[in-house]
Each structure stands twice: as C-alpha cells, then as structure tokens.
Design a protein around this ligand. Structure first.
Ligand code: PLP
Length: 457
C-alpha cells in the first residue's frame, strides 16, 4: 500500500536532509525505509538490508524490541512529560541516573541529562569553563580537541569537531577551541611502529598545551575511537600517554562516548577499553539504542564535588533534559544489554569473531587494510597494494570508488558508510550472531567484487 514514487517526490520537494547538497541529483533520490527488525531494515520496495551501520551508530540492541515499545507506551500513559527544573524530578530520571552511576566507572556519581550528543558536548564546554571559574581560574577557557573528530552539529559541537567543511559554515570554531592531529597510523605512522607513533601523536597534546599556555587550558576532549571521521583505532600507547599529560598539567580529560559507549567496544564505556579515567563522559545514541532521543554528561567526582562545595547556579539545561520517555527507553535498553550479556559477548565472543572475519577482507584485491575494534570497523580501498599499508597507492579521488562500492554493497544487501579517501566504515548492531556476521561479510565481499568488476570495464 506504500506508493514509493509519491513519497520520493514529496521528499525531494519538501524535505531538507541533514548533511545533504540541496541541488538534488537523480542519484540522490532517497530510498524509503519502512521497517526494522533485529539487524535488518526493509525499504518500501521490499528489499531487506543488513544494517552494518546500526542506523547512525546507535541501534545497539537492534530494531523492533517490543519491551522498549511497551515501556515507552506505559510511561506515555503514566506521565508523558515533566521536567527536572526548579526542584522537581520524576521517577524515570532518578532511576536512570542511579543506573548509569552503577554501570559507569567509580569516579562517576552524577549525571546531567540532555537530548542528544551535540547538546551533551555543548554542556561539556559550558561545564568545564564553569568549573574552572569556580576554581578561581576563569582564564582556563581553552578546550583542545582533534582534527577530523566529530562532536555534533550545534555551534559548540561543530567547533569541537575538526571538520573544515563544517567550520566554514557559520564562522566556526567559537573562541577558545583549538585542534591537534588524530592518532591515525595509516596517515602518519610511516617508518614507525604503531607504539612509537601513538606516543608521538599524544605528544602533540603537550606541544599544544605549551603553545597555548598551560594555565589557559581547561580540557582535552576526544572520542576513544574516532568514529564518523574514519574509525581511527589509536595505537595502544596513545590514550595512557594522553592521560599522563592531562594529569601533569591538571587538565580535565573528556571522553566523547556518544559512539563508543554502551557496549560498542565490549565495555560499557570505550575509555574502560583503553584503561583511562576521564573526568567527564558525553553519551547519547546507544544509551537508548536510538529508540528515543536522549543523551547526557557523566560528571566525575573531581568536577561534581567542586561544584557542590562551591555552590552557585549552573545556568544551563534543556526542556527535554531527562525526558521521561527517553529515560524509560534507556532503562529498558540497559536491562536488555545486561540480560542478554550483549556487552560481554562483544568483548569475548562476537567481537573477536567479527574481527577475524572482517580483517580477512584485507586479502581482497581492492582492500588495502581492514581494521576492527569491538563492533567498529573500517576498510581502505586502494588502486595498488604495496608491501606495507604506507606503500599502497590510492585511487584518484575524482573516481569516488568508495561511494561506488557503498552503492554496490547497498545493492548486495548491506549498509556501510563511505567517507573521503575511499574508506568504508562499519558499526553494526551489537546483537549480530555468528551467522549474521558471516552473512554481512559475504555481502560486503559481493559489493567489493562488483566494484572490482566495474573498474575492469
Ligand atoms: N559525538 C560523537 C562522537 C558522534 O558520533 C555524534 C554523532 O554522530 C555526536 C557527538 C552528536 O550526536 P547527535 O547527533 O546525537 O547530536
């Protein structure tokens, strides 16, 4: 009963999509997605697609969970909305705050709720500056972030992010945000071991601190594994050295766990994978598995205790901070993650299985390298393979081989994301069984074969 052409025509006529060129080309006519179940979605033409991106890195427990829908339904009837401004609270926000404290590392005993990852990072900017103000160091304003990182689309989120294309629009970054490079071994590691390169990339933080002046720096923010900019897996030496440098200069360490949180790396939080202790964590996406928008900032004792002790209002908050519907969805989502031992499985079983299968794709003639960490992965398409990853020869960018390959994968029945540099990213639901992993790898292989066949024509 769905009229695909009608919907596509209305979509083209009236719907401005995020991150889109509004001079639409025919090739950009949208697929209409109508259903999701487990790791699969269906379009209006009946095609079934294995969602290798978990929506936008968020459907951690997969699509169509009735118990989440039931919890949301019951809460809608009980108390559709109330806020937590002005000395009121409600049951879902209290229960969720307590649950998050229980599953997070020991330094976290407080949470500030927001509606999305971008709002979470805006909250970070205001919170760390508020903290230093209360500490009697209002000149500590500068936040150091990383090039190519993604921290959201609000003014502060896009400023923390390191995408020149986003900075150009709207005159960003806002004052007091500076960037250093990413620990991308593929890009910068030539002639070094990954461990050596990890230390070198961390040293860029110390150089930047000294350049800015240590007494002016408020915080460093990074995604444990950089997601949307390319699934950049840091060498093992990187994060411990970043922690050491932050400690040395007394700078707050902020982990943006919007992608890595809630099991994606086989731990509740990605910073646990790397053994670091951030002062603040931003979360969103996987906290509700995307069923309802919700995000937040976990506030560690160092910041929370100082603010509690010093007093004074934090003039910040959103109508939908801790929305009861989002909170019950999160509580049920976390219950599912626990009951089905999904986080443990990613760490000990499905994650290692996915790694073995995905990294074997590196033997395909088109694939220069394939890396995974937990349930994140990336593969680079190359024109010629060299003896090491640093000697591969890339395709000319005008060929858009990555985009062509993504389209072939879509046609094969699997969704991946293509980014500049002919890199394809993967971030599937955490529920994948071994059989589903096998199917996903087979479909990715079909897409690669089809791309190779195209290139030979
Ligand atoms: N931080 C990271 C690491 C992200 O990947 C994203 C979104 O992809 C955000 C923040 C922004 O989250 P939202 O889109 O919910 O505002």
């Amino acid at each position: 009963s769905i009229n695909t052409q009608r919907l596509q025509a209305l979509d083209s006529a009236h719907h401005l999509h995020p991150f889109a060129d509004y001079r639409l080309k025919d090739s950009q006519i949208s697929r209409v997605i109508v259903k999701g179940e487990g790791a699969y979605i269906w379009d209006s033409e009946g095609n079934r697609l294995l969602d290798g991106m978990a929506g936008l890195w968020c459907m951690n427990v997969g699509y169509g969970r009735k118990s989440i829908a039931d919890a949301v339904h019951a809460q809608m009837l009980q108390l559709t909305y109330y806020n937590s401004f002005f000395q009121t609270t409600h049951v879902p926000a209290v229960e969720l705050a307590a649950k998050l404290v229980q599953i997070s590392p020991p330094q976290f005993n407080h949470v500030f709720f927001v509606g999305s990852g971008s709002e979470g990072n805006d909250t970070i900017v205001r919170l760390v500056r508020h903290y230093w103000d209360k500490q009697g160091s209002p000149e500590r304003q500068v936040i150091i972030s990383r090039l190519n990182s993604y921290h959201g689309s609000t003014m502060a989120g896009a400023s923390l992010g390191g995408w020149p294309s986003m900075h150009k629009q709207g005159g960003l970054p806002i004052p007091g945000i500076v960037h250093i490079g990413q620990p991308s071994y593929l890009e910068g590691g030539k002639g070094k071991t990954p461990e050596e390169f990890g230390l070198e990339a961390a040293s860029w933080l110390e150089h930047k601190i000294l350049e800015v002046g240590a007494d002016k720096v408020a915080a460093f923010i990074g995604e444990p594994v950089q997601g949307a900019g390319g699934v950049i897996v840091p060498p093992s030496t990187y994060w411990p050295e970043i922690q050491r440098i932050c400690n040395k200069y007394g700078i707050l360490l902020v982990a943006d766990e919007v992608v890595c949180g809630f099991g994606r790396l086989g731990h509740w939080f990605g910073s646990e994978y790397f053994g670091i202790s951030p002062d603040l964590i931003t979360f969103a996406k996987g906290v509700t598995s995307g069923y309802v928008p919700l995000g937040g900032v976990l506030v560690g004792d160092r910041v929370a205790n100082a603010l509690i002790e010093k007093g004074g209002e934090f003039n910040h908050g959103y109508t939908y901070s801790g929305h009861p519907i989002g909170c019950v969805a999160a509580l049920e989502n976390i219950r599912i993650l626990e009951e089905e031992k999904i986080v443990d499985r990613v760490r000990t079983d499905s994650g290692p299985y996915l790694q073995k299968k995905f990294e074997a794709l590196a033997s395909h003639p088109l694939v220069g390298s394939a890396e995974t960490i937990g349930f994140l992965g990336g593969l680079n398409l190359v024109k010629h393979k060299g003896a090491t990853v640093h000697e591969h020869i890339p395709f000319e960018s005008a060929l858009s081989v990555g985009m062509i390959c993504r389209a072939h994968m879509f046609d094969s029945g699997v969704i991946m994301r293509a980014i500049p540099g002919d890199r394809l990213l993967m971030s599937p639901p955490l529920t994948l069984t071994h059989a589903e992993i096998d199917e996903m790898i087979k479909l990715i292989g079909l897409g690669l074969d089809q791309t190779l066949a195209d290139l030979k024509q």
